[in-house]
Design a protein around this ligand. Structure first.
Ligand SMILES: Cc1cc2nc3c(=O)[nH]c(=O)nc-3n(C[C@H](O)[C@H](O)[C@H](O)COP(=O)(O)OP(=O)(O)OC[C@H]3O[C@@H](n4cnc5c(N)ncnc54)[C@H](O)[C@@H]3O)c2cc1C
Length: 425
């Protein structure tokens, strides 16, 4: 049977697209190759900027109930020279509490993604799991369906439009010639769950650590961003670790990501301080990620590409999920417009690129400016730490980034978004 819209991939991006398509009364089929709920390697951070989407979906309270890190108040930055600064988050510079900031949620992806997916189904999207889409059906240059294996049976489905949301390294996007990679942003990323963390990592604390200058071969690696972060859960001693190491750094150090982490834990001052006795649950999981600094081509005639499928992860700043979900919402609006006007020319699909660029590029610009000036010039991380000590309280980490770059480095940077940033946004 021909469908109006088929969304491939039920992660946050795809489920958001399916939700908003269904809300607009479109006939939408959402498919995913996994059996749900499924896990996804991630730092599990859901930014405050997602709240309006959660409200549309009616899931904010449900997400909040699954938050493993409530009342997060402290942000510890461990810089390359192993200096440590603790910011009090959510406070004005005069030290007063700032209640206007939204809350960042740390919800395991296995749980959070399923809540979002179920919202799409409640809104009217049909969902099929264990459907591995292997190829787009393209006729006369226009995407008009999918083919693949539904529980090992070969199937084909036709559609007026396909939304590709099947995550990083998408072969479907590549079939359309859509694959973007900025070599300086190619990274290995990993996640680990820990128990037995030291009491110093009080529940709700986020520790962000940089590669210490004492690591062998640091001189070769020092110009590249390298760091990890751990969010300490409400359950004492438990926490989620995320790590992002550029491939350039891996090559310069000649160590695997796991070896780098083990070196940090065993030989660095802060590694011993924050991870001594900590136990890794299961293993570090992760893979190679590609990234880019601005929205790249994300459409073809008959198809829109959203989320990691078009190489837009900003996981270093917790922006991967918002970028995907916002793009999903925009995709639904563009498709609705195409069906309403009856103009399904390639130009109509191309409008998607402009709208997503206008919406996301200022955010990407903010991060890439910071990355260029601070992460890629690691001495500045040490300086930023010094600067942060002069603050009695910090409304958000974004504020620290912004003020450091503009006031200390004297460089221009796009203004950080006004609303809802607790950690970074
Ligand atoms: C270590 C790490 C830490 C991160 N931390 C954060 C963070 O704290 N906050 C944040 O916002 N972002 C973070 N990110 C980025 C974030 O995980 C991604 O940007 C986000 O998951 C993208 O969502 P998505 O829906 O595009 O893709 P995904 O979440 O990857 O979902 C894609 C879906 O497509 C399905 N699929 C794949 N192939 C097929 C196929 N052929 N047929 C059918 N289905 C298919 C998959 O099963 C999957 O369910 C992190 C990433 C990493 C690696």
């Amino acid at each position: 049977m021909k469908r109006q819209v088929i969304v491939v991939g039920a992660g946050p991006a795809g489920s958001s697209a399916a939700f908003y398509c269904a809300k607009r009364g479109l006939d939408v089929l959402l498919v995913d190759k996994e059996t749900w709920p499924r896990d996804k390697v991630c730092g599990d951070g859901w930014l405050p900027s997602l709240k309006p989407i959660f409200d549309d979906m009616g899931i904010y309270e449900e997400m909040k109930a699954q938050n493993t890190v409530s009342g997060g108040e402290y942000f510890i930055l461990a810089s390359p020279n192993e200096e440590v600064v603790t910011y009090r988050l959510g406070t004005h510079e005069n030290g007063e509490k700032d209640e206007s900031k939204g809350e960042m949620l740390i919800v395991p992806r296995r749980i959070g993604d399923d809540i979002v997916r179920r919202a799409a189904v409640r809104a009217g999207a049909e969902f099929i799991e264990n459907f591995n889409v292997t190829e787009l059906i393209i006729k006369r240059g226009r995407v008009c369906g999918i083919r693949g294996y539904l529980r090992n049976h070969f199937v084909e489905y036709e559609a007026d439009a396909v939304v590709i949301a099947n995550g990083s390294h998408s072969m479907l996007a590549r079939q359309l010639g859509i694959f973007n990679e900025d070599p300086s942003l190619s990274m290995f990323a990993a996640r680990g769950y820990f128990t037995n963390l030291p009491p110093e990592l009080k529940p709700g604390t986020v520790l962000q650590f940089y590669l210490p200058e004492s690591i062998p071969n640091y001189e070769k690696a020092r110009k590249t961003m390298s760091f990890g972060w751990i969010s300490a859960h409400d359950k004492p001693g438990c926490g989620t670790l995320g790590m992002v190491i550029p491939i350039e750094t891996i090559e310069a150090l000649d160590m695997s990501l796991e070896e780098i982490f083990n070196w940090y834990v065993n030989y660095s001052k802060n590694g011993q301080r924050f991870f001594k006795g900590a136990k890794l649950v299961d293993e570090l999981k992760g893979w190679r990620l590609v990234g880019c600094t601005e929205v790249q081509k994300n459409y073809a005639h008959g198809a829109l590409v959203i989320g990691d499928a078009c190489s837009q992860p900003e996981c270093a700043h917790f922006y991967g999920i918002p970028a995907g979900m916002i793009s999903g919402k925009i995709a639904a609006a563009v498709l609705d417009d195409i069906f309403t006007t009856g103009d399904d020319s390639e130009e109509s699909f191309a409008r998607f690129h402009k709208i997503v660029s206008d919406r996301l590029n200022p955010q990407y610009k903010f991060y890439s400016t910071f990355r260029e000036l601070v992460h890629f010039n690691i001495d500045n991380v040490n300086k930023m730490n010094e600067f942060a000590k002069t603050f009695p309280g910090i409304p958000s980490y974004t504020e620290v980034m912004y003020k450091f770059v503009t006031q200390v480095l004297g460089k221009e940077m796009p203004t950080p978004p006004a609303a809802g940033a607790r950690l970074s946004q």
